[in-house]
Design a protein around this ligand. Structure first.
Ligand code: FES
Length: 104
């Protein structure tokens, strides 16, 4: 059942920082703060399991460090090959001084 889950304290994710969090059900999330906008996506590239958190971020896109696939962090949409599948992205919210995501 999908529900809001606590991820971390807001002050653990400064502006333009990123953080990898493994949820209680084993999902590895990449959490990014882009100028105050907090975005959450799965941390795994569907092309060949690259770890997206190691890749450069350009605007609201992230580039897989392995072979250069590009994904939109806001939507999870794949924007450039060699990946052909989108990644999952998850709604986030700030609840008090905590960051939460709506997770499956
Ligand atoms: S593993 Fe990400 S582009 Fe190949």
């Amino acid at each position: 059942m999908s529900q809001w889950q606590d991820l971390c304290a807001l002050d653990e994710l400064k502006h333009n920082a990123r953080k990898v969090i493994t949820t209680t059900n084993g999902l590895e999330l990449l959490l990014v703060n882009i100028e105050g906008e907090i975005l959450a996506v799965e941390n795994l590239c569907p092309h060949d399991n690259g770890q997206l958190h190691e890749g450069p971020i350009e605007g609201t896109d992230i580039i897989c460090p392995r072979h250069g696939a590009r994904f939109c962090l806001r939507t999870g949409e794949v924007l450039a090959p060699p990946a052909t599948e989108d990644i999952d992205n998850f709604p986030t919210r700030v609840n008090g001084d905590r960051i939460e995501a709506f997770l499956p």
